[in-house]
Design a protein around this ligand. Sequence first.
Ligand code: UD1
Length: 417
Amino acid sequence: MDKILVRGGKPLKGSVQIRGAKNAALPLMAATILAEDTCVLHNIPCLHDIFSMDKLLADMGMTIDFTGRSMTMEPQNLHKAEAHYELVRKMRASFFVLGPLLARFGKCRVSLPGGCAIGTRPVDIHLKGLEALGASIRIEDGYVVAEGKLSGVNYALDFPSVGATENLMMAATRAEGVTRLTNVAREPEIEDLAHFLNAMGARISGAGTDLITIVGVDALGGAEHIVMPDRIEAGTFLTAGIATGGDVTVLNAKAEHFPNFLKKLQATGAVVEIQGNKIRAHAPNGINSVDITTQPFPGFATDLQAQMMVLMTRANGVSRIKETVFENRFMQVPELVRMGADIDVDGNTAIVRGVKSLSGAPVMASDLRASAALVIAGLMAQQGETAISRVYHIDRGYERIEERLVGLGADIERVRE
Ligand code: UD1
């Protein structure tokens, strides 16, 4: 197992290229199940989660060529409408294949994903939505067995779940008639998926609003698409820049993908400059505390909560950070406290009192975004070395993070344990 060693105290400076969004790429890959011809996805990030989805689709009979950052996917020989437990348990996003498999084959078997570190993460909204579209669903030996011919329906989701919106939108592309989904997620990744599906011949409108209308079609063809940039990665690098007293510019990022986050950065006193697809942030006059409440888009993204919390550990004043999307997403707190942060957790709210500085310590990564927060904390530490173990969590969502941070002047390295 690898470890990441960080010796902090150096301001990050310079620019970094943002990769394609993992959370867009995974559902896009699942969507190719619906196609009857070759699809090409560009700007795919090289991440463990992408390799897991690649493996899952290959197991179903998809021919995949992943060269550079482009993935050519040939779904012509898909024959197995099943997602095995061994593959789904490693990555929850594997569950995105349920909707497309059902729409294409009329019957499928997909393992239930189970919980994970940040919460129980049920899939009831996915299943209720598919039932509303006409599927019959039963749970058998830990698997969801779904079958039936899908027809258009007016359906309101109980909560704007990102994954459920994606699953239902994909399933409805080949349903008979018109589907209207309300109270859907409005995340930019939903729009990216709708663009790709429409390029394949689907008839989807309203993605990005809270009403998505899908006119069912008989078949979908091949298409080519460029994956949107990763707004969470961009937010992580910008936070790391400010947190270290540096000056970082992210390239190939879109400000409209994370407006609430950028507004919060500005509220801390940071200067944020947006120029086309470049975003620069620096905080020449220190950091003021801000309160944050995570919410579905366009609210503050839960995937940037842990990183923002680290920034608040050195802010002037007290910050209240409320997590409303996941029930257990403060895994970074005990580790940050060990590095000298002053944080109390009260239910779903963390109270962060700014301190002068953090110091390095051995810490453990627990989930993807909490791990990114620990890397930032290590970079901020004015003394000592931070050794982060279980870095496979980071590799799920950040491509060679240490090399890119070295490019910004960080003293960070990966070592084999
Ligand atoms: C996606 C993102 C993840 C992000 C999250 C919220 C991907 C691959 N992952 O995850 O990075 O943190 O959106 O922005 O895109 N819920 C239910 N029942 C359901 C579905 C969800 O109760 O059937 C709950 C979840 O437990 C969670 C909340 O709804 O508390 C939000 O989950 P959801 O939006 O579905 O997140 P994911 O799609 O899993």
